[in-house]
Design a protein around this ligand. Structure first.
Ligand code: SAH
Length: 347
Protein backbone atom coordinates (compact mmCIF):
# COMPACT_ATOMS: atom_id res chain seq x y z
CA UNK A 1 0.00 0.00 0.00
CA UNK A 2 1.32 3.46 -0.87
CA UNK A 3 2.32 5.88 1.88
CA UNK A 4 -0.37 8.32 0.74
CA UNK A 5 -3.04 5.64 0.85
CA UNK A 6 -2.00 4.76 4.40
CA UNK A 7 -2.34 8.40 5.36
CA UNK A 8 -5.79 8.67 3.75
CA UNK A 9 -6.88 5.67 5.84
CA UNK A 10 -5.39 7.27 8.91
CA UNK A 11 -7.27 10.49 8.20
CA UNK A 12 -10.51 8.54 7.81
CA UNK A 13 -9.95 6.79 11.13
CA UNK A 14 -8.43 9.55 13.29
CA UNK A 15 -9.82 12.69 11.59
CA UNK A 16 -6.37 14.18 11.99
CA UNK A 17 -3.01 14.29 10.24
CA UNK A 18 0.11 16.18 11.32
CA UNK A 19 1.38 18.98 9.16
CA UNK A 20 4.21 16.84 7.72
CA UNK A 21 1.75 14.08 6.92
CA UNK A 22 -0.47 16.54 5.09
CA UNK A 23 2.51 17.76 3.10
CA UNK A 24 3.33 14.16 2.15
CA UNK A 25 -0.26 13.58 1.01
CA UNK A 26 -0.32 16.80 -0.99
CA UNK A 27 3.04 16.34 -2.71
CA UNK A 28 3.16 12.58 -3.32
CA UNK A 29 -0.37 11.65 -4.36
CA UNK A 30 -1.02 9.79 -7.61
CA UNK A 31 -4.22 9.51 -9.65
CA UNK A 32 -4.85 6.19 -7.90
CA UNK A 33 -4.58 7.80 -4.47
CA UNK A 34 -6.94 10.52 -5.57
CA UNK A 35 -9.50 8.00 -6.79
CA UNK A 36 -9.08 6.05 -3.58
CA UNK A 37 -9.86 9.16 -1.53
CA UNK A 38 -12.81 10.01 -3.79
CA UNK A 39 -14.28 6.54 -3.24
CA UNK A 40 -14.15 6.93 0.55
CA UNK A 41 -15.42 10.51 0.39
CA UNK A 42 -18.38 9.73 -1.86
CA UNK A 43 -19.35 6.87 0.42
CA UNK A 44 -19.26 9.14 3.48
CA UNK A 45 -21.29 11.77 1.69
CA UNK A 46 -23.96 9.24 0.70
CA UNK A 47 -24.01 7.81 4.24
CA UNK A 48 -24.87 11.22 5.71
CA UNK A 49 -26.83 12.94 2.95
CA UNK A 50 -27.90 10.20 0.54
CA UNK A 51 -27.69 10.56 -3.23
CA UNK A 52 -29.17 14.02 -2.79
CA UNK A 53 -27.65 17.33 -3.76
CA UNK A 54 -28.57 20.53 -1.97
CA UNK A 55 -28.98 23.56 -4.20
CA UNK A 56 -28.43 27.18 -3.18
CA UNK A 57 -29.60 30.00 -5.40
CA UNK A 58 -26.99 32.73 -5.43
CA UNK A 59 -27.88 36.34 -6.08
CA UNK A 60 -24.78 38.38 -6.86
CA UNK A 61 -26.37 41.68 -6.00
CA UNK A 62 -23.50 44.14 -6.38
CA UNK A 63 -20.04 44.02 -7.91
CA UNK A 64 -18.95 47.28 -6.30
CA UNK A 65 -16.04 46.58 -3.96
CA UNK A 66 -13.86 48.72 -1.73
CA UNK A 67 -11.19 46.01 -1.60
CA UNK A 68 -8.37 45.35 -4.00
CA UNK A 69 -7.65 41.61 -3.71
CA UNK A 70 -4.99 40.90 -6.32
CA UNK A 71 -6.78 37.83 -7.74
CA UNK A 72 -10.30 39.18 -8.04
CA UNK A 73 -11.92 40.57 -11.18
CA UNK A 74 -14.17 42.96 -9.26
CA UNK A 75 -11.31 44.55 -7.27
CA UNK A 76 -11.68 48.31 -6.99
CA UNK A 77 -8.69 49.01 -9.26
CA UNK A 78 -10.29 47.22 -12.18
CA UNK A 79 -11.61 50.19 -14.11
CA UNK A 80 -12.79 47.86 -16.91
CA UNK A 81 -15.43 46.32 -14.67
CA UNK A 82 -18.90 47.73 -15.33
CA UNK A 83 -20.29 48.24 -11.88
CA UNK A 84 -23.91 47.49 -10.94
CA UNK A 85 -26.09 47.34 -7.89
CA UNK A 86 -29.44 45.59 -7.55
CA UNK A 87 -32.14 47.28 -5.50
CA UNK A 88 -33.74 45.56 -2.52
CA UNK A 89 -36.85 44.92 -4.64
CA UNK A 90 -34.78 43.33 -7.41
CA UNK A 91 -32.99 41.07 -4.92
CA UNK A 92 -36.29 39.93 -3.42
CA UNK A 93 -37.69 39.33 -6.90
CA UNK A 94 -34.75 37.06 -7.84
CA UNK A 95 -35.36 35.02 -4.70
CA UNK A 96 -39.10 34.80 -5.37
CA UNK A 97 -38.27 33.40 -8.79
CA UNK A 98 -35.82 31.03 -7.13
CA UNK A 99 -38.49 29.83 -4.74
CA UNK A 100 -40.70 28.86 -7.66
CA UNK A 101 -37.76 26.93 -9.11
CA UNK A 102 -37.39 24.90 -5.93
CA UNK A 103 -34.64 26.77 -4.12
CA UNK A 104 -34.94 26.77 -0.31
CA UNK A 105 -31.66 28.56 0.36
CA UNK A 106 -30.84 31.99 -1.00
CA UNK A 107 -27.26 33.19 -0.97
CA UNK A 108 -26.76 36.93 -1.17
CA UNK A 109 -23.23 37.69 -2.32
CA UNK A 110 -21.53 40.94 -3.28
CA UNK A 111 -18.33 42.90 -3.28
CA UNK A 112 -17.74 44.93 -0.14
CA UNK A 113 -20.15 47.64 -1.14
CA UNK A 114 -20.73 50.10 1.68
CA UNK A 115 -23.65 51.77 -0.08
CA UNK A 116 -25.96 49.09 1.35
CA UNK A 117 -26.45 50.10 4.97
CA UNK A 118 -26.80 47.50 7.68
CA UNK A 119 -30.48 48.53 7.98
CA UNK A 120 -31.06 47.98 4.27
CA UNK A 121 -29.42 44.56 4.39
CA UNK A 122 -31.35 43.58 7.53
CA UNK A 123 -34.54 44.73 5.81
CA UNK A 124 -33.81 42.46 2.82
CA UNK A 125 -33.11 39.47 5.08
CA UNK A 126 -36.33 40.09 7.03
CA UNK A 127 -38.40 40.40 3.89
CA UNK A 128 -36.99 37.15 2.52
CA UNK A 129 -37.67 35.31 5.78
CA UNK A 130 -41.22 36.68 5.93
CA UNK A 131 -42.02 35.72 2.36
CA UNK A 132 -40.33 32.35 2.57
CA UNK A 133 -40.27 31.14 6.18
CA UNK A 134 -39.24 27.66 4.99
CA UNK A 135 -36.02 29.02 3.45
CA UNK A 136 -32.52 29.64 4.73
CA UNK A 137 -30.70 32.88 3.99
CA UNK A 138 -26.94 32.77 3.53
CA UNK A 139 -24.86 35.91 3.35
CA UNK A 140 -21.49 36.39 1.67
CA UNK A 141 -20.71 40.08 2.04
CA UNK A 142 -17.10 39.96 3.18
CA UNK A 143 -15.73 41.45 6.37
CA UNK A 144 -18.19 43.43 8.49
CA UNK A 145 -18.22 44.72 12.06
CA UNK A 146 -19.35 42.36 14.83
CA UNK A 147 -22.42 44.53 15.44
CA UNK A 148 -23.38 44.23 11.79
CA UNK A 149 -22.99 40.45 11.76
CA UNK A 150 -25.09 40.43 14.94
CA UNK A 151 -27.86 42.60 13.50
CA UNK A 152 -28.02 40.48 10.35
CA UNK A 153 -28.19 37.30 12.41
CA UNK A 154 -31.01 38.80 14.47
CA UNK A 155 -32.77 39.78 11.25
CA UNK A 156 -32.86 36.09 10.42
CA UNK A 157 -29.73 35.22 8.42
CA UNK A 158 -28.84 31.56 8.95
CA UNK A 159 -25.45 31.10 7.33
CA UNK A 160 -22.40 33.09 6.26
CA UNK A 161 -19.74 32.31 3.69
CA UNK A 162 -16.35 33.93 4.21
CA UNK A 163 -13.46 32.06 2.70
CA UNK A 164 -10.36 32.55 4.79
CA UNK A 165 -8.43 32.29 1.46
CA UNK A 166 -5.31 30.94 3.20
CA UNK A 167 -4.38 29.98 6.75
CA UNK A 168 -0.84 31.22 6.15
CA UNK A 169 -0.47 34.89 7.04
CA UNK A 170 2.55 35.49 4.80
CA UNK A 171 0.68 33.90 1.88
CA UNK A 172 -2.40 36.03 2.63
CA UNK A 173 -0.25 39.12 2.37
CA UNK A 174 0.90 38.15 -1.12
CA UNK A 175 -2.71 37.90 -2.29
CA UNK A 176 -4.02 41.10 -0.70
CA UNK A 177 -2.94 44.73 -0.42
CA UNK A 178 -1.30 45.89 2.81
CA UNK A 179 -4.51 47.53 4.09
CA UNK A 180 -6.19 44.12 4.38
CA UNK A 181 -5.49 41.93 7.36
CA UNK A 182 -5.38 38.16 7.71
CA UNK A 183 -6.00 38.52 11.45
CA UNK A 184 -9.22 40.41 10.82
CA UNK A 185 -10.49 37.85 8.32
CA UNK A 186 -9.86 35.04 10.81
CA UNK A 187 -11.44 37.09 13.60
CA UNK A 188 -14.55 37.61 11.45
CA UNK A 189 -14.88 33.84 11.05
CA UNK A 190 -14.70 33.35 14.82
CA UNK A 191 -17.33 36.04 15.36
CA UNK A 192 -19.67 34.45 12.82
CA UNK A 193 -19.39 31.09 14.59
CA UNK A 194 -19.97 32.73 17.96
CA UNK A 195 -23.14 34.38 16.64
CA UNK A 196 -24.52 31.00 15.67
CA UNK A 197 -24.21 31.27 11.92
CA UNK A 198 -23.53 28.06 10.02
CA UNK A 199 -20.16 29.30 8.88
CA UNK A 200 -18.27 28.66 5.67
CA UNK A 201 -14.51 29.02 5.23
CA UNK A 202 -12.46 28.05 2.21
CA UNK A 203 -9.62 28.56 -0.22
CA UNK A 204 -8.69 28.84 -3.85
CA UNK A 205 -6.57 25.92 -5.02
CA UNK A 206 -3.40 27.01 -6.80
CA UNK A 207 -3.60 30.67 -5.87
CA UNK A 208 -0.26 32.38 -6.64
CA UNK A 209 2.47 31.58 -4.09
CA UNK A 210 0.45 28.77 -2.52
CA UNK A 211 2.62 25.84 -1.38
CA UNK A 212 1.79 22.38 -0.04
CA UNK A 213 2.63 23.79 3.40
CA UNK A 214 -0.03 26.48 2.96
CA UNK A 215 -2.67 23.87 2.11
CA UNK A 216 -1.50 21.72 5.05
CA UNK A 217 -2.18 24.73 7.29
CA UNK A 218 -5.61 25.15 5.66
CA UNK A 219 -6.45 21.53 6.48
CA UNK A 220 -5.30 21.99 10.09
CA UNK A 221 -7.43 25.12 10.27
CA UNK A 222 -10.48 23.22 8.97
CA UNK A 223 -9.84 20.54 11.59
CA UNK A 224 -9.77 23.00 14.49
CA UNK A 225 -12.36 25.54 13.31
CA UNK A 226 -14.84 22.91 12.07
CA UNK A 227 -16.69 25.08 9.56
CA UNK A 228 -20.17 23.85 8.67
CA UNK A 229 -19.40 24.69 5.03
CA UNK A 230 -16.18 24.67 2.99
CA UNK A 231 -15.84 26.47 -0.34
CA UNK A 232 -12.97 25.20 -2.48
CA UNK A 233 -12.43 26.03 -6.12
CA UNK A 234 -9.45 26.40 -8.41
CA UNK A 235 -7.82 29.80 -8.76
CA UNK A 236 -8.58 31.11 -12.24
CA UNK A 237 -6.85 34.21 -13.55
CA UNK A 238 -8.77 37.33 -14.55
CA UNK A 239 -7.36 39.40 -17.40
CA UNK A 240 -7.71 42.75 -15.60
CA UNK A 241 -5.86 41.81 -12.41
CA UNK A 242 -2.17 41.71 -11.45
CA UNK A 243 -2.42 37.90 -11.54
CA UNK A 244 -3.53 37.82 -15.19
CA UNK A 245 -0.51 35.74 -16.27
CA UNK A 246 -0.48 33.36 -13.32
CA UNK A 247 -1.33 29.72 -14.05
CA UNK A 248 -4.74 28.45 -13.06
CA UNK A 249 -5.04 26.01 -10.18
CA UNK A 250 -5.05 22.24 -10.65
CA UNK A 251 -8.39 20.61 -11.42
CA UNK A 252 -7.22 17.27 -10.02
CA UNK A 253 -5.87 18.78 -6.80
CA UNK A 254 -9.18 20.61 -6.30
CA UNK A 255 -11.06 17.31 -6.56
CA UNK A 256 -8.58 15.63 -4.23
CA UNK A 257 -9.00 18.40 -1.64
CA UNK A 258 -12.78 18.08 -1.81
CA UNK A 259 -12.40 14.40 -0.96
CA UNK A 260 -9.95 15.10 1.85
CA UNK A 261 -12.31 17.71 3.35
CA UNK A 262 -15.20 15.26 3.22
CA UNK A 263 -13.10 12.60 4.97
CA UNK A 264 -11.87 15.09 7.59
CA UNK A 265 -15.31 16.60 8.30
CA UNK A 266 -17.87 13.96 7.28
CA UNK A 267 -20.96 16.17 7.59
CA UNK A 268 -19.54 19.35 6.09
CA UNK A 269 -21.66 21.08 3.44
CA UNK A 270 -19.32 21.03 0.48
CA UNK A 271 -20.15 22.70 -2.84
CA UNK A 272 -18.90 21.66 -6.23
CA UNK A 273 -18.16 25.29 -7.10
CA UNK A 274 -18.78 27.34 -10.20
CA UNK A 275 -15.00 27.70 -10.62
CA UNK A 276 -14.76 23.90 -10.72
CA UNK A 277 -17.42 23.88 -13.44
CA UNK A 278 -15.48 26.57 -15.28
CA UNK A 279 -12.11 24.81 -15.29
CA UNK A 280 -13.74 21.61 -16.59
CA UNK A 281 -17.14 21.26 -18.28
CA UNK A 282 -17.92 18.21 -16.13
CA UNK A 283 -16.20 19.59 -13.04
CA UNK A 284 -19.30 19.84 -10.90
CA UNK A 285 -20.29 16.24 -11.62
CA UNK A 286 -16.73 15.16 -10.80
CA UNK A 287 -16.90 17.25 -7.62
CA UNK A 288 -20.00 15.39 -6.46
CA UNK A 289 -18.32 12.08 -7.23
CA UNK A 290 -15.37 13.27 -5.13
CA UNK A 291 -17.56 13.98 -2.10
CA UNK A 292 -19.28 17.34 -2.68
CA UNK A 293 -23.00 17.58 -1.83
CA UNK A 294 -23.97 21.16 -2.70
CA UNK A 295 -24.32 23.14 -5.93
CA UNK A 296 -24.87 26.88 -6.06
CA UNK A 297 -26.43 27.96 -9.32
CA UNK A 298 -26.90 31.58 -10.21
CA UNK A 299 -30.18 33.42 -9.57
CA UNK A 300 -28.91 36.84 -10.62
CA UNK A 301 -30.79 38.64 -13.40
CA UNK A 302 -29.32 37.63 -16.77
CA UNK A 303 -28.59 41.30 -17.52
CA UNK A 304 -25.91 41.59 -14.80
CA UNK A 305 -24.40 38.12 -14.82
CA UNK A 306 -21.50 38.94 -17.11
CA UNK A 307 -20.55 41.80 -14.82
CA UNK A 308 -19.92 39.62 -11.78
CA UNK A 309 -16.71 38.20 -13.24
CA UNK A 310 -14.37 37.17 -10.46
CA UNK A 311 -12.28 35.25 -13.02
CA UNK A 312 -12.27 34.80 -16.80
CA UNK A 313 -14.76 32.58 -18.66
CA UNK A 314 -17.15 32.04 -15.74
CA UNK A 315 -19.90 29.61 -16.76
CA UNK A 316 -23.67 30.19 -16.86
CA UNK A 317 -23.39 33.95 -17.39
CA UNK A 318 -25.56 33.79 -20.51
CA UNK A 319 -28.39 31.81 -18.95
CA UNK A 320 -31.65 32.53 -17.21
CA UNK A 321 -32.24 31.07 -13.73
CA UNK A 322 -34.76 28.54 -15.01
CA UNK A 323 -32.27 27.26 -17.60
CA UNK A 324 -29.60 26.77 -14.93
CA UNK A 325 -32.06 24.92 -12.77
CA UNK A 326 -33.07 22.52 -15.56
CA UNK A 327 -29.48 21.95 -16.67
CA UNK A 328 -28.47 21.12 -13.13
CA UNK A 329 -31.28 18.62 -12.66
CA UNK A 330 -30.10 16.78 -15.79
CA UNK A 331 -26.45 16.88 -14.78
CA UNK A 332 -27.18 15.40 -11.38
CA UNK A 333 -29.47 12.73 -12.86
CA UNK A 334 -26.69 11.75 -15.26
CA UNK A 335 -24.54 10.68 -12.31
CA UNK A 336 -27.35 9.09 -10.30
CA UNK A 337 -28.13 11.97 -7.96
CA UNK A 338 -31.28 13.92 -7.27
CA UNK A 339 -31.72 17.61 -6.50
CA UNK A 340 -33.32 18.06 -3.06
CA UNK A 341 -36.00 20.73 -2.54
CA UNK A 342 -35.05 21.54 1.05
CA UNK A 343 -33.03 24.03 3.10
CA UNK A 344 -30.24 21.50 3.42
CA UNK A 345 -28.91 22.48 6.83
CA UNK A 346 -25.75 21.13 8.42
CA UNK A 347 -26.63 17.94 10.30
N1 SAH B 1 -16.62 39.88 -1.27
C1 SAH B 1 -17.03 38.66 -0.63
C2 SAH B 1 -17.59 37.61 -1.53
C3 SAH B 1 -17.24 37.62 -3.01
S1 SAH B 1 -15.74 36.87 -3.50
C4 SAH B 1 -15.90 38.12 0.20
O1 SAH B 1 -14.87 38.76 0.31
O2 SAH B 1 -16.05 37.07 0.81
C5 SAH B 1 -16.07 35.16 -3.28
C6 SAH B 1 -14.87 34.22 -3.45
O3 SAH B 1 -14.49 34.13 -4.80
C7 SAH B 1 -13.60 34.69 -2.76
O4 SAH B 1 -13.63 34.34 -1.41
C8 SAH B 1 -12.51 33.97 -3.55
O5 SAH B 1 -12.05 32.81 -2.88
C9 SAH B 1 -13.19 33.60 -4.88
N2 SAH B 1 -12.46 34.21 -6.01
C10 SAH B 1 -12.20 35.53 -6.21
N3 SAH B 1 -11.42 35.68 -7.30
C11 SAH B 1 -11.17 34.45 -7.80
C12 SAH B 1 -10.40 33.95 -8.89
N4 SAH B 1 -9.72 34.77 -9.68
N5 SAH B 1 -10.39 32.61 -9.10
C13 SAH B 1 -11.08 31.78 -8.31
N6 SAH B 1 -11.80 32.19 -7.25
C14 SAH B 1 -11.85 33.52 -6.99
Amino acid sequence: MSRVRELIDKLDEKKHLDKEEWVTVLTEYTDDDREYAAGIAQKISIEHYGRKIFIRGIVEFSNVCKNDCLYCGIRRSNTNAQRYRLTADEIVECCDEGYELGFRTFVLQSGEDKSYSCETLCGIVKRLKERHPDCAVTLSLGELEFEEYKALREAGADRYLLRHETADKAHYEKLHPAEMSWENRMECLRQLKELGYQTGAGIMVGSPYQTAECIAEDMLFFESFKPEMIGIGPFLPHKDTPFRDEPKGSYELTLFLLSLCRILLPRVLLPATTALGTINPLGREAGVKAGANVIMPNLSPAAVRKKYMLYDNKICTGDESAQCRGCLEQRMKSIGYEVAITRGDFK
